[in-house]
Design a protein around this ligand. Structure first.
Ligand SMILES: Nc1ncnc2c1ncn2[C@@H]1O[C@H](COP(=O)(O)OP(=O)(O)O)[C@@H](O)[C@H]1O
Ligand SMILES: [Mg+2]
Length: 399
């Protein structure tokens, strides 16, 4: 506003100076040369002289009269010019006055309109603050620009986004905690009788071997299949327990580039997959639990391998204070039917006994416990990309 007002005042001043000079040029300099009172009175005197001369010298009266007429015509013209000069001055005065008045009026109107607009914008921002405090999320105030009101509006927008993300995280964690508690109880309920059954089986087998050696041969084959079923049950409870007891991360500094290269080397033969780190990865360091983050990468790669992918590419991006690890495969994509609840526990497309649908839930919980997140970035028939976000604590020191 200050700039605009200054601009207007400056142009007003320049206009005034120009008008002033123009008026001086037009109304003073050239008419004054001709209309100067001394000139006109000299003319009047010569006219009287001519009159007198014609009386004294009647023979040349005609000539004196002609010269007198010429002078009179000139004198009249100058008189007209002088009255014109006054008129011109008055005209300039009026123009000047009009220019000043119009400029002041424009300034006033501009100021009033601006105040009104600001008042309206403030009112709008205030209503959004009320909506924010009543818990509305993802608010869009629609203010662009760089002034204080626009910046306030942008703050409201980003705060409402942060609140929305936090709420969503909280809901997810609460929901997960419920499932974890159920898993803990179930695994406990299964583990106790399972141990008892194993012990009973061992006892039964040794008793049969001692008392009836003929039946022992038959028992060996049966025992094998019973043991396999019990092992499956143990595996099942192990999964439950792992899900129920996701520990707190023990943080240490991790250079992401080196961490990914190490992972790729260690797990090169773990799946029929070509694992590699994107050459264009940026350098970034984070605080994290190596073991847990490795577990997340294992879960994701195992899913890619099971889906039939042949290549998994890992890359690090670095956006402000956030590090993003992209894990991209060239598999057939995630079945549409389970996409909406992909990170919910027990979401799986595998048949019974093949997968419990806990891998992604555990992985996301680990990332959330690192103040980060795990998201499905994209999935199509040409492949799937998961993105891990983590707070970045600095640039990687090249080794
Ligand atoms: N990279 C992937 N490509 C295709 N499908 C995937 C991929 N990752 C996960 N999925 C799907 O998501 C489901 C859930 O995965 P997860 O939580 O690890 O549980 P589980 O592997 O036990 O099924 C899988 O059953 C699979 O259908
Ligand atoms: Mg899995």
């Amino acid at each position: 506003v200050r700039k605009t007002v200054l601009g207007i005042l400056l142009s007003l001043a320049v206009a005034l100076v120009i008008i002033h000079f123009a008026q001086r040029q037009l109304s003073t300099v050239w008419p004054a040369l001709g209309v100067h009172p001394q000139v006109t009175s000299a003319m009047r005197r010569s006219m009287e002289d001519l009159k007198r001369l014609s009386e004294l010298d009647p023979a040349r009266t005609a000539e004196y009269r002609r010269r007198h007429e010429e002078l009179r015509a000139l004198h009249n013209r100058l008189e007209i010019l002088r009255s014109g000069q006054e008129e011109i001055a008055r005209l300039y005065e009026r123009i000047l006055f009009a220019v000043v008045a119009v400029t002041l009026a424009a300034l006033g109107a501009f100021y009033v309109l601006r105040r009104r607009r600001e008042e309206r914008r403030l009112q709008n921002v205030r209503s959004f603050i009320e909506r924010l405090s009543s818990g509305e999320q993802h608010l869009r105030v629609g203010e662009r620009g760089g002034d204080a009101i626009a910046r306030m509006a942008q703050m409201i927008e980003s705060t409402s986004d942060v609140i929305a993300t936090e709420r969503q995280r909280l809901r997810y964690l609460e929901n997960l905690a419920g499932w974890q508690e159920a898993a803990r109880r179930h695994s406990h309920e299964i583990r106790t009788p399972l141990t008892a059954v194993r012990l009973e089986l061992d006892r039964l087998c040794s008793e049969v071997e001692n008392n009836s050696p003929q039946a022992a041969g038959l028992l060996v084959a049966r025992r094998q299949s019973i043991q396999e079923e019990l092992d499956r049950l143990s595996e099942f409870t192990r999964n439950f327990t792992a899900f129920a007891a996701i520990g707190r991360p023990r943080l240490g500094k991790i250079q992401l580039g080196a961490f990914l290269r190490e992972f790729v080397e260690t797990y090169a033969k773990a799946w029929p997959l070509r694992l590699h780190v994107d050459e264009e990865s940026s350098a970034c360091a984070i605080e994290g639990d190596r073991g847990m983050l490795r577990q997340v990468l294992v879960n994701l790669c195992a899913n890619s391998a099971l889906a039939g992918a042949s290549t998994v590419t890992l890359g690090v991006r670095h956006e402000g204070r956030t590090a993003r690890i992209d894990l991209r495969d060239d598999g057939p994509g995630i079945p549409a039917a389970i996409r909406a609840r992909l990170f919910q526990p027990y979401t799986t497309s595998r048949s019974v006994g093949e997968g419990m649908g806990l891998g992604l839930a555990i992985s996301r919980k680990i990332l959330l416990d690192h103040s980060g997140d795990l998201e499905l970035a994209s999935t199509s028939t040409r492949g799937t990309t998961f993105t891990l976000t983590l707070p970045c604590i600095g640039h990687e020191v090249p080794s």
